[in-house]
Ligand binder design. Structure first.
Ligand SMILES: N[C@@H](CCSC[C@H]1O[C@@H](n2cnc3c(=O)[nH]cnc32)[C@H](O)[C@@H]1O)C(=O)O
Ligand SMILES: [Zn+2]
Length: 434
């Protein structure tokens, strides 16, 4: 008997393989990987000790959330209905300046809990006090792409400290938690980082051979300010500073010209599309169909719970499938399967992890199971359509990351849910002085 192998019998699997998008059959997991998926019984069936009945579940790859600030979950509902600059400068930054290690720990725990329970298995996090974030990721069993984001609107001495912190964090944690943690280098945005500061991050990323991530072209005002200050739009500006010479991806990329889209494609820069955050802050709607047509890898991000206001990536999938139709007046620009790809294969391409994002033998066993008995999954017309237009994260029952079960029957196995809710509430009370 091979004890590291186990078998899901009689399940329905949405694979993300275009040749065979839905498999009704069986999946075998061996350690941290998918060993088999197919309609036939596995050949070594008699040797597999553990079997799970999959008949009342829909299985699919774990979702990949490619942009966010987990700890900001503490500020959910604290300030809504403002434009980006006001929201950041008058509400977020003053509150974040009061954050302690404990706030980042409990705010991140709250976010990780919400993401895991709604089917996200990998998330990108740009924040500070990142050691706290990494420890939560380690404990939770989740996969994380982590980076110490840095705003450079500060004296040079403080800039140097931030860079040193970012480098130290990236070195200390890359490959940690059995390889579930990856690190990157991340200056916050062209409008919050002087050019020399961005260049110092590019140099460090080059020295450490790490990818880069930043916010870019989120609002029209940002683009205009960039042109005023530097004589260039953000894409050309970041290109000139060398950021796109690294493997890299940018969040938002709402305001792009055709030439900018072509340059992103040429440089292999991926885009994290954050439709809910862009709508809520009235930033605009990214030109995703054009980006995809140009060959740019596009994925989905929630951004933080303070501008979304949840971390359910199924909402983002549905929104992406809907808004591009509405904006273009063309219902064919974002078919359901393409919207689902953004949250799976697109996420894997964005963070450059080809072993994630699909159910296929040999890939990492990061996958989720939804309750197939929900009324909104009937009749059984087109499962991919149901997952995009009818599902929500609340349908997720079970979650596995790296072959290990982390959510069972809707309950997080490795995190103390009750304690996280109480501690997050206490953190917010103290921050708000209430
Ligand atoms: N406090 C850090 C920077 C943290 S990076 C994460 C930052 O991104 C900010 N943020 C959150 N959402 C958005 C967004 O949509 N656009 C731009 N910045 C954002 C957030 O307020 C936070 O300050 C420093 O010492 O340099
Ligand atoms: Zn952001």
């Amino acid at each position: 008997m091979n004890m590291s192998k186990w078998w899901i019998e009689n399940g329905t699997f949405v694979t993300m393989d275009e040749a065979q998008p839905v498999v009704r059959g069986h999946m075998v997991v061996d350690g941290d990987r998918i060993a088999y998926i197919g309609e036939e019984r596995p050949q070594d069936a008699d040797d597999i000790a553990v079997r799970i009945d999959g008949s009342r579940r829909i299985y699919m790859p774990g979702l990949i959330n490619t942009h966010g600030h987990a700890a900001m979950s503490l500020l959910r509902g604290y300030s809504d209905d403002e434009a980006l600059q006001t929201w950041l400068q008058d509400y977020m930054w003053p509150m974040e300046a009061k954050f302690t290690d404990a706030d980042v720990k409990w705010g991140t725990s709250l976010a990780v809990l919400e993401m895991l329970k709604s089917g996200t298995t990998t998330f990108v996090d740009m924040y500070d006090r990142m050691d706290q974030v990494a420890r939560v990721v380690e404990q939770s069993g989740m996969r994380g792409v982590l980076m110490r984001g840095a705003i450079g609107l500060c004296p040079e001495e403080v800039q140097r400290e931030k860079l040193a912190e970012a480098v130290q964090f990236a070195k200390d944690w890359n490959g940690a938690a059995d390889g579930r943690i990856m690190t990157m280098m991340s200056p916050h945005a062209p409008y919050t980082c002087p050019p020399a500061f961005i260049e110092s991050f590019v140099q460090a990323a080059h020295d450490l051979d790490l990818p880069m991530h930043t916010h870019m072209s989120e609002t029209q005002a940002e683009v205009e300010q960039n042109v005023r200050e530097y004589g260039l739009r953000p894409v050309a500006h970041l290109d000139r500073l060398g950021l796109f010479s690294r493997p890299s991806f940018v969040a938002h990329a709402v305001h792009l010209t055709d030439e900018e889209i072509a340059l992103l494609a040429e440089r292999g820069v991926a885009v994290s599309h954050n439709p809910a955050s862009n709508l809520k802050l009235a930033s605009g709607v990214a030109r995703v169909p054009e980006l995809l047509k140009a060959g740019v890898a596009v994925s989905l991000g929630t951004d933080s719970a303070a501008s979304n206001n949840n971390l359910d990536l199924f909402d983002e999938i549905r929104l992406a499938a809907l808004i591009h139709k509405g904006v273009s007046g063309d219902p064919t620009v974002m078919p359901a399967h393409q919207a689902l790809q953004l949250a799976t294969l697109g996420g894997a391409a964005t963070i450059r992890q080809p072993e994630l994002g699909a159910l296929q033998a040999g890939l990492k066993a990061d996958f989720i199971a939804l309750d197939a008995d929900q009324p909104h999954f009937y009749p059984r017309t087109d499962l991919v359509s149901h997952l995009v237009y009818a599902a929500s994260g609340r349908d997720v029952r079970d979650v596995w990351v790296d072959g290990r079960q982390v959510v069972q029957g809707g309950v997080c196995l490795l995190l103390d849910e009750e304690k996280i809710l109480a501690e997050a509430e206490a953190c917010y009370r103290r921050l708000a002085g209430a």
